[in-house]
Design a protein around this ligand. Structure first.
Ligand SMILES: [Zn+2]
Length: 254
């Protein structure tokens, strides 16, 4: 497996655990003590910079494979294979129903995205009314594949910066997969608003929460569908991170 792909597949938490680092989680990052200087190193566990770390003490970036090589006193290739063998377990999805229920309202940003209020109501999407981490965001109700409501995923108004709770890893879910008829065509997009527009046009759509790649679990979900259409508008370089050829089903590009 190539370096880029390995970096996307390695589970950060599991890797740090088998390297015996004490860790803390906060937002999109894990934190662990630097083996060089003891400062608190941050490492992303999802997204484009997944498994890339930064030590504020050494003022130096690093990555999980190089760290494993250093800790274990082995070469880079060997460390990569070691982590691919031991640290690719898929995170367990949240199964408990979310007790929190936010009041959501239709807003200008949603309207500008070309969406109607009826669909938003049906999908549990709207501007968050009240306090908490979703304040100032358009909140999207997220269900696991069994249809259990497990989290809200937020896009900040107006810059669309993402926000979600610390126990939610976007790699573990596909937005709207619980509503999908597996025998009908399914569209996949990185953009939640685009996903809703596709649904509004009468098609089935899922979304990978803006990750520049598909996680192992997201591949599994799509492999259960008979026909998949990729609508990855925008930067096609993103798709380089995703090994689409490994998708075990019929697929095409929009
Ligand atoms: Zn350091």
């Amino acid at each position: 497996m190539k370096y880029n792909e390995a970096m996307m597949v390695i589970n950060t938490e599991r890797a740090l655990e088998i390297l015996c680092f004490p860790t803390k989680k906060n937002g999109s990052y894990y934190y662990f003590p630097c083996p060089e200087c003891g400062s608190e190193v941050s490492i992303r566990f999802h997204g484009e910079k997944k498994n890339v770390s930064y030590c504020p003490g050494c003022k130096k970036g690093n990555n999980i494979i190089a760290i494993a090589a250093q800790i274990k006193g082995i070469g880079f290739q060997e460390a990569k294979e070691f982590l691919l063998g031991k640290a690719t377990a898929i995170e367990k999805p949240i199964e408990e129903e979310l007790s929190l229920a936010g009041q959501l309202e239709f807003c200008q940003l949603i309207e500008q995205e070309g969406l109607n209020a009826e669909l938003c109501q049906q999908m549990g999407v709207g501007k968050w009314k009240g306090k908490g981490i979703m304040a100032g965001h358009v909140a999207f109700t997220v269900h696991n594949e069994h249809g259990v409501r497990i989290a809200y995923y937020g896009l900040h108004i107006p810059d669309k910066k993402t926000k979600f709770p610390a126990n939610f890893n976007p790699e573990t879910y596909l937005y709207n997969i619980h509503n999908i008829n597996l025998h009908e065509e399914v569209w996949i997009t990185k953009d939640l608003f685009n996903c809703l527009r596709i649904i509004q046009s009468g098609k089935q759509s899922v979304c990978n929460f803006g990750l520049p790649y598909l996680s192992t679990r997201q591949y599994q979900f799509l492999s259960n569908c008979d026909q998949v259409v990729f609508d990855w508008s925008g930067d096609k370089r993103d798709i380089a991170y995703t090994n689409i050829a490994s998708l075990k089903t019929f697929y095409r590009f929009a």
